[in-house]
Design a protein. Structure first.
Length: 118
């Protein structure tokens, strides 16, 4: 598998995000076969578009397949256009922990940070 940067695809998992995904992937693998994280964008949310993440065992026909920090990532071509330059991070703090999308294409976002417009 290629790293996201080797192919010139500007989407990145930070090391913290990759570590958390690996932990969650391991937990999910105890109940069903999963191999990778699928990330993408779908219509919806209060700002027009929403991010999604899910575990999967196989890529879709047109998915781009990448690996970063030991985690396989599948992204469909449509979503890849909206995720150009995006970094997915994970922060663990006393009051809140979670994944954070840092998308330079975003023009407007809702308060929850999971819905956006470009």
């Amino acid at each position: 598998m290629l790293s996201l940067y080797e192919e010139g695809v500007p989407f990145a998992l930070t090391e913290n995000a990759a570590k958390q995904v690996a932990v969650l992937l391991g937990e999910e693998a105890k109940t069903r076969p999963v191999k990778a994280l699928r990330v993408g964008v779908k219509g919806g949310g209060c700002s027009g578009l929403s991010y999604f993440m899910e575990f999967t065992d196989a890529p879709e026909a047109k998915d781009r397949i990448f690996e970063q920090h030991g985690v396989a990532v599948y992204i469909d071509p449509k979503s890849l256009a909206y995720l150009k330059g995006t970094e997915l991070d994970f922060s663990h703090a006393v009051q809140s922990s979670g994944f954070k999308w840092n998308n330079p294409n975003m023009k407007k976002s809702c308060g929850c940070g999971e819905s956006f417009s470009v």
